[in-house]
Design a protein. Sequence first.
Length: 307
Amino acid sequence: MFGPVKTGVMRNYVRGMEAVLPTGEIITLGGKVLKDNVGYDLMQLMIGSEGTLGIITKAWIRLSPRPSALATIIIPFDDRRKALAAAPRILQEGVLPLAMEYVEKRIVDKAARELNVVWPCRSGEYQLMVILAESSEEALLAECEKILSLCERAGASEPLLAESRREQEEILRIRSEVYPVLKRDMVDTLDVTVPPSMMAQLIEEIEEIGRRHGIEIPVIGHAGDGNLHVVILEKDGWSMEDYERVEDEIYEKAVELGGVITGEHGIGYVKKKFFAKYVDPRISKLMKSLKSAFDPKNILNPDKIFP
């Protein structure tokens, strides 16, 4: 739902695993040790393999203490580029949010209406939603003050600070409703990732693609890591080939801006043709060699990733 900034992605918390190989052999990778530099990192390779190299049967996960002090700040802007430019500036201030999301008011307003509530930040069409989590109220207050001070310098309108648990939960509830609301008319959702400095440009490129084809393409972004969720909405009279042409144009723009075609969802079955087009053939060849080494009879998920 949210792009983790402070904690990072789930794979960072996997300490070890048991996996069954296509040959039927059972192997254990990683464990309780904090450092392991013995050969290749096969555990991380297995995590990213989409079930094509082995079946994970056990996993040892590192847990973190639940933060005791939480706050959510919504920072409104009248300019998209200013909004997204503020995200790296927050990190440069030494603030490490739990999550930092880019939302557009027209989209969260629609989600709020579905819940019969009102999105609390009424100014600024382009907004950053910053979730802070610290171990003490003093540390949380220091981070809030840094962000609020930055807002003035970054050209933001009056930010909204939600300190109570009830206010925070209401904001998260509305933000979580965005996907179900859009899903009703959704054909597909992409999760392209670009360098964070390129997010505004890619969103503008996507808007231009939408205008050119006469199709609505809402975008929600993880402002902390450059990951954009691009929602392709249904258009009367269109075939899947029409939608795939639009997706191809979006992928092409993302790659041109130094990005990749998927940051979270993976390749699976539906992105295979785009994998073939946008992944360096030399890298693809290495991946296929690994697949052959692990699974010479092509038993596990034979139709995933590679066309």
